[in-house]
Design a protein around this ligand. Sequence first.
Ligand code: AMP
Length: 361
Amino acid sequence: MKIGVLGSGQLGRMLALAGIPLGHTFAFYDAVLSPSTRGLGERCSGPFSDIAQLRAFAAPCDVITYEFENVPCQAAAALAALKPVYPPPRALEVSQDRVVEKEFFRSLGISTPAFRAASSAEDLLLALQELGTPCIVKTRRMGYDGKGQARVSSREEAARAWEELGSVPLIVEALVPFSRELSVIAVRSTDGQARTYPLACNIHRSGILHRSEIPAPRAPQKLIQEAHDIAAKILNELSYVGVLAVELFEAGGRLVANEMAPRVHNSGHATIDCSVTSQFENHIRAITGMPLGSVVSRAPAVMYNVIGTVPDTQQLAALPNVTVHLYGKEPRPGRKVGHITLLSPSAEDAGAVELLVRGAQ
Ligand code: AMP
C-alpha cells in the first residue's frame, strides 16, 4: 500500500522504517519538511490550510495517517472524505483541546486532575480559588513538551502566567501529588482487535521526556489492569484504528489521566528493540488492515532521549545491549535528535548510557 503521512519528523521516519519491510511505500506532507524522512518516500511541502494540495497529495495514497496531533481538523476531515484517515479525525479533535480531552476522559469514567477552563484573567483567579494552590496552568491548545504551561501559587503569579501564556484560553489543573509518571500504549485494528504494551515509566527533564523504562518496575497487576481499561475505553469510544498513547500519573496507587496522543509515542520507542512487534510496525499493521503483531517484550528496556547534542556513538555502541537511533536532524538546544535503547539494563550499563547522554547535553 501507499501510506500518506501528515508530518515528516522522526515519528514518520520510524513508521517508514517499520512499514517498508512490510512492502509499503510512503509519502510525507509537512508545512516544513524535516530531514528525518529524507530518502524514505516522496515528500511534499505545503500549508495544512491548502486543501487542494492536500487532496492532490492524498490522491495516490491508499490510507492517510499522521505523526503529530496538531494536524488541523479541517485538513483531516477533508482527507477523510477521500481516503481512510487513521486514527479517526475525532481523536484529533479530542486531543487538541485540553479541556475537551479531560471532559472526554471524565465522560468515560477515567480520572483526571480537578480542572477548570479559564478564558480571562478573572476566570483564572476564580479557578485558583476553587482548586486551591499551587495549580498547573496550561494553554488549552498547542502545548507540548512542557511548553505553554506554568505553575501558579499566587494572584501575582496568575496575572503573570496569563500574560506570559499569551492571554489565550487556558485549562487550570489541580497539582496531582503523583509518585511517578506512566504511559500506556495500545493499538486497535480495523476489525476492533486491541492490544496493549507493558506500561512505561517515564522521567522528564525540563518538560521533555528523558528516560522511559518498559515494563514500569513494581507495577501491581491491579494498576496494569486499570491502565488497560483506560486505553480500551478510549479506543472503543473513538472506534480507533492505530496506536494510541495515554500519559498517566500514579497517585496513591491509582491512575489519573493527564493526556492522550493519537499517534505513536516517544515513551514507546524502546518497543523497536524490546518488543516482538514495535509500536511503529503495529501502527502500520493496524492502518493497513493487517493482523496485529505481538506486544510482548523480549527483554526489559530503558530508552534515553538524545536531546540537543549527539553523544559519542563509538562509546555508546561499545556498550553491550545498546542500540543507537539517530534521526538525521541538525543538533540544536532542546531538539530531540535521537534515542538510545538499552536492553536488560544493569544499573552499571544504565549509568554509563546516562552519563554519555547527559554529558553530550
Ligand atoms: P503536559 O504538557 O500536560 O504533559 O505536562 C508536562 C509535565 O508537567 C507532566 O509530564 C508532569 O510532569 C507535569 N504536570 C502536568 N500536569 C500536571 C498536574 N495536573 N499535576 C502535576 N504535574 C503535572
